[in-house]
Design a protein around this ligand. Structure first.
Ligand code: WT7
Length: 630
């Protein structure tokens, strides 16, 4: 597809057109895809009611555009190179034809169990090709996929299934993670016990360990070989739901972000091509998990919509050693590499020998996503991985935005370390001050909002549109509020400074403080708790918990372990606390609100200026907490 922007002039022209003649701009891009029926209107968007409609009246299918559309000319081209966890296991090559055949088999499997258009299907799988097949199979028949990251606990999985009332779950016997394996089926089985909506559990074999098949369980390998490798496409309205993906929020209940078909397709295809400057013959690798939005948009849909070849990686950055990423780059001659700052920081800590063993001369573009990349990590990435010849695309976006909104374009945008730089065509970022006014000056800092809708903006929080409005469209009426703070320089480059709400990004994982506090408060000895983030060398942020107890004299060492176990059970190991401090109280306002600002400063070790604490109900507690800092 030749909507690739080739130079600064074409970016400038595209950007201007995307603002001045937005409908024409997006209509031209959408025309690169197959539409079974054309749309009537390009966009109808309302930031006040949070109603967004793109390509209304159009009928299409994203699986058709991602897979079938390429078969005529490129059926033998490679869609995925599957690189298993264990480097001694052979890689698997998946052509577009093979992808089509397997996706159809999975779609027929879903149909066999009576999955219909609009039904929700939960997918809880490791990073194996079957995960891609399952996702695309849903899209093919119009079922709504809800992929749950396979590192989530059974309670988290259950909450997500219950929220969307999934009819079916697709899971595996187990998953390989470095030298370990995890029994996914046991976790899924436990979750399903509290999920009456689930009628069948489809089990993919990966680890091959012995499993017991219960009354709802189907071993997919008993059925798949009998199913056809063809399956008719279900044509979808542009605004029909495509998937739900949960992200954490400021209450214990995760938010099911709902994305729809047409706009998401148009935007992810366009941004993949341009941000990664993907050209035929390139080998692209994104190390994220498909359980997160990065994997949905830039492992599955974006690359496939462009007929790209991607590496699909099951493993971890440090197995069998800290050179694995660099080894895989050489092994498959990767041209575009996309990873997270936390991975870069942890690998930069290892001996350079793990890096210098490899040439990595195939690389053309390297990318970063998930959290702000600090200067040191940026420089290391540039020098040792990109060899100072690969542009770094620092891509800023969110589960809610569906695709990348702010990012450099390789060899077009001037790079500035730690800056996500410029908005992509169609995106109008603004900074708002504390009076909710737009900062008009060229440079400044403020809360990052987006002024107009773009095709892949989430359409709602599944089952709770009011919460969608409250979370994103009410703090700054007329704008989409991102939850991030940002700085803009005199040339219009954006640098994301971090969250300004109660979300903490730990190792690139978006964690809400409320669900973690809820988990801790379940412990019978705990009275109350407050979680804040503090800077961490590798994880970016780590979690610090302030906990008050009902009982005065517990065994603190044991209790800390138990608290972390409660968190691991409720959410997953990623949300465990690095530090726990027991205190006799938490600083509170007269209205009973915990003053997190103070706790944040204490956790950071910054005792310099707590501001006015006289409004606190219990100002004396600040001294106690300071003295007890871990
Ligand atoms: C939050 C969204 C985007 C997919 C993965 C995370 C932070 C993301 C960057 C970046 C600075 C970033 C923001 C954002 N974030 N990318 N390049 N620079 N911060 O998706 O889990 O929905 O998290 O991640 O704080 O709001 P997510």
């Amino acid at each position: 597809m030749n909507f690739r922007l080739l130079n600064k002039a074409s970016y400038d022209a595209a950007y201007s057109k995307s603002i001045a003649q937005s409908d024409d701009f997006w209509a031209e891009i959408a025309a690169y895809y197959h539409w079974e029926t054309n749309w009537n209107s390009v966009q109808q968007c309302n930031m006040k009611t949070a109603h967004f409609s793109w390509f209304e009246g159009g009928k299409t299918n994203i699986c058709f555009n991602a897979v079938d559309r390429h078969l005529k000319e490129r059926s033998n081209e490679i869609a995925y190179i599957f690189e298993p966890n264990n480097p001694e296991e052979a890689t698997t090559i998946i052509s577009y034809q093979k992808l089509h055949d397997e996706v159809c088999r999975y779609a027929n499997l879903l149909k066999l169990f009576n999955v219909k258009k609009g039904d929700r299907v939960c997918i809880y799988l490791p990073m194996i090709p079957e995960l891609v097949y399952a996702v695309l199979a849903c899209a093919r028949i119009g079922a709504v996929h809800s992929v749950v990251f396979a590192g989530f606990s059974s309670q988290s999985l259950a909450a997500r299934i219950q929220d969307c009332e999934a009819k079916l779950i697709i899971t595996a016997d187990g998953s390989f993670r470095g030298a370990k394996s995890v029994n996914l089926k046991a976790i899924a089985d436990e979750a399903i016990q509290t999920c009456p909506s689930i009628v069948k559990s489809l089990i993919v074999r990966r680890t091959g360990e012995k499993i017991e098949l219960g009354s709802k369980d189907i071993d997919v390998h008993d059925v798949l070989p009998k199913l056809s490798t063809n399956c008719e496409i279900t044509w979808m309205d542009a605004e029909d739901p495509l998937f739900i993906l949960y992200t954490s929020g400021s209450t214990g209940k995760p938010k099911g972000m709902l994305h729809t078909t047409g706009g998401y397709m148009v935007y992810t295809g366009y941004t993949f091509k341009n941000v990664f400057a993907y050209e035929t013959g390139d080998i692209y690798w994104c190390t994220a998990d498909i359980g997160w939005i990065t994997g949905h948009s830039y492992i599955v849909y974006g690359p496939l919509l462009n007929g790209a070849t991607s590496v699909l990686f099951e493993g971890t950055p440090t197995f069998p050693d800290a050179g694995r990423f660099w080894n895989v780059i050489d092994k498959h001659k990767v041209t575009q590499f996309y990873t997270a700052p936390t991975a870069i920081r942890s690998l930069a800590k290892e001996s350079l020998e793990f890096v210098t063993k490899y040439r990595m001369d195939s690389l053309k573009v390297i990318g970063s996503v998930g959290e702000p990349i600090n200067e040191e990590a940026w420089q290391w990435y540039n020098e040792h991985i990109g060899k100072k010849k690969c542009p770094i695309v620092d891509t800023w976006w969110q589960t809610e935005t569906g695709g990348i909104l702010i990012s450099p374009l390789p060899n077009i945008t001037e790079l500035i370390p730690t800056y996500a730089t410029k908005p992509l065509p169609g995106i109008q970022p603004v900074l708002l001050d504390e009076h909710k006014n737009e900062i008009e000056a060229q440079s400044g800092t403020g809360n990052l909002c987006i002024k107009r809708a773009w095709p892949s903006i989430a359409r709602t929080i599944y089952g709770d549109h009011q919460r969608y409005i409250d979370t994103y469209f009410s703090a700054y009426p007329g704008y989409y509020f991102t939850g991030d703070g940002a700085l803009r320089d005199e040339n219009g480059n954006y640098r994301i400074t971090g969250r300004v709400d109660d979300v903490i990004i730990v190792s690139g994982h978006n964690l809400g403080t409320a669900p973690i506090e809820d988990a801790i408060n379940e412990h019978p000895l705990v009275a109350e708790s407050a979680i804040v983030g503090f800077p961490h060398d590798i994880k970016g942020n780590a979690l610090y918990g302030f906990v008050t107890l009902k009982n005065e004299n517990p065994n603190e060492v044991e209790l800390k372990k138990e608290i972390n176990q409660y968190i691991a059970d409720a959410i997953g190991p990623i949300a465990k606390l690095d530090k726990i401090q027991f205190t006799s109280g938490l600083p509170k306002t007269r209205s009973g609100k915990i003053m997190r600002r103070i706790l944040r400063k204490i956790a950071e070790g910054d005792f310099s200026n707590f501001g006015d604490i006289s409004t606190l109900l219990n100002p004396e507690i600040v001294e106690e907490i300071k003295n007890g800092k871990q």
